[in-house]
Design a protein around this ligand. Structure first.
Ligand SMILES: C[S@@+](CC[C@H](N)C(=O)[O-])C[C@H]1O[C@@H](n2cnc3c(N)ncnc32)[C@H](O)[C@@H]1O
Length: 270
C-alpha cells in the first residue's frame, strides 16, 4: 500500500462497469472537447473500461496518442479489448497510480481524469502529479460528481438512506464523495495559476433511463465494493442493503421518477 492508497469504493463488478461503459466523451467530457486537437498526446488517468478513452483517441487521430492508466489491471484488460474492438490503435495501456505517475515531466498536452479524484487518498497530490506530466501550456482536466448535491423525486426514504450510506462508505475508504464542489480548491492548492471551473449534469427521467440507473444502483447496493465496505465497517447490515435496493427498484418503476447528478469540472493550466 502506498501512503495515498484507498479502497476503490465501487469495485469493478459488472453492475459497476455497466454504468461506466455508458460514458462517452460527449456525455462526460463536453467541457474539454474543444481543447483536444488532432495530433495531441493525451493521458487518461483512471480510465476504467475505456469508453471515454476511445473517444479521445479518435479525436486526436492517428497523428496523436493516448495513454490510458488505471490501478486495476483487470479493468485495463477490458479497456484494451473495448478499444481494439472499435479498431483504434493509438492507445497504450499502463497500470499506474495517479499519485506517482510514471514517465518524464511535460510529456502530455492534455491530462484527463473523469470520476477519479473523488476516490483517491490525496487529490491535491494527484493533481500536482497530473500537472507535472503536463507540457508547458498544456491542460489538466478533471470532472467529478458531487454526491451531496444529487437530487431526485419522489423523495423515497430508501434513497436518503442510500446517499447517506454511500457517502459514509466512500469516506471510510479514504475518498471524498462531494468532490465536484472541491475541484477548484484542490487545483489551486496543487499550484495551478489558471483554473476554469464549470459544472454539468446527468439526468435520468425516461422509462429506459430510470430502469438502467435504478437497476444499476439496486445491484450495486447489494453486490459491489460499496456493499462490502458497508458490511465490513458496520455501516449497514444485509436487510438494510436489501431495503435500499428495493427502494431503488421502486424508484425506477415510478413514471414520475427523476434523478439529477451534478458534476464539478476544471480546466487547469500553469
Ligand atoms: C469511477 S471509475 C471512472 C472510470 C472512467 N474514467 C470513466 O469515467 O468511465 C474510477 C477509476 O479510477 C481508478 N482509480 C482509483 N484510484 C486510482 C488511483 N489512485 N490511480 C489511478 N486510477 C485509480 C479505478 O480503478 C477506476 O477504474
Amino acid at each position: 500500500m502506498t501512503e495515498h492508497q484507498t479502497v476503490y469504493t465501487h469495485g469493478h463488478r459488472d453492475s459497476v462497469l455497466r454504468s461506466h461503459r455508458s460514458r462517452t466523451a460527449a456525455n462526460s467530457a463536453a467541457y474539454l472537447l474543444a481543447e483536444v486537437r488532432p495530433g495531441a498526446a493525451v493521458l487518461d488517468v483512471g480510465c476504467g473500461p475505456g469508453t471515454i478513452t476511445a473517444d479521445l483517441a479518435e479525436l486526436v487521430g492517428p497523428a496523436g496518442r493516448v495513454v490510458a492508466m488505471d490501478t486495476s489491471e483487470q479493468v485495463l484488460e477490458q479497456a484494451a479489448a473495448y478499444v481494439a474492438g472499435r479498431g483504434i490503435d493509438n492507445v497504450e495501456f499502463v497500470v499506474a497510480d495517479v499519485h506517482a505517475l510514471p514517465g518524464p515531466s511535460g510529456e502530455f498536452d492534455v491530462v484527463h481524469a473523469h470520476q477519479v479524484l473523488q476516490h483517491v487518498g490525496d487529490p491535491v497530490a494527484a493533481l500536482r502529479e497530473m500537472r507535472r506530466v503536463c507540457a508547458p501550456g498544456g491542460l489538466v482536466a478533471a470532472r467529478d460528481a458531487d454526491y451531496a448535491a444529487m437530487t431526485w423525486y419522489p423523495e423515497l426514504p430508501e434513497l436518503e438512506s442510500w446517499l447517506s450510506l454511500y457517502r459514509q462508505a466512500a469516506r471510510a475508504n479514504g475518498g471524498e464523495p462531494d468532490a465536484g464542489r472541491r475541484l477548484l480548491a484542490w487545483a489551486r492548492a496543487a499550484g495551478f495559476t489558471e483554473v476554469r471551473a464549470s459544472s454539468s449534469s446527468w439526468t435520468y427521467a425516461t422509462a429506459g433511463e430510470r430502469l438502467w440507473w435504478g437497476e444499476s444502483w439496486a445491484d450495486r447496493v447489494v453486490g459491489s465494493g460499496m456493499a462490502t465496505t458497508a458490511l465490513e465497517h458496520g455501516l449497514a447490515d444485509e436487510p438494510e442493503l436489501a431495503r435500499i435496493a428495493d427502494g431503488w427498484r421502486r424508484w425506477s418503476m415510478d413514471p414520475d421518477g427523476w434523478f439529477g447528478v451534478l458534476h464539478g469540472e476544471i480546466l487547469a493550466r500553469g
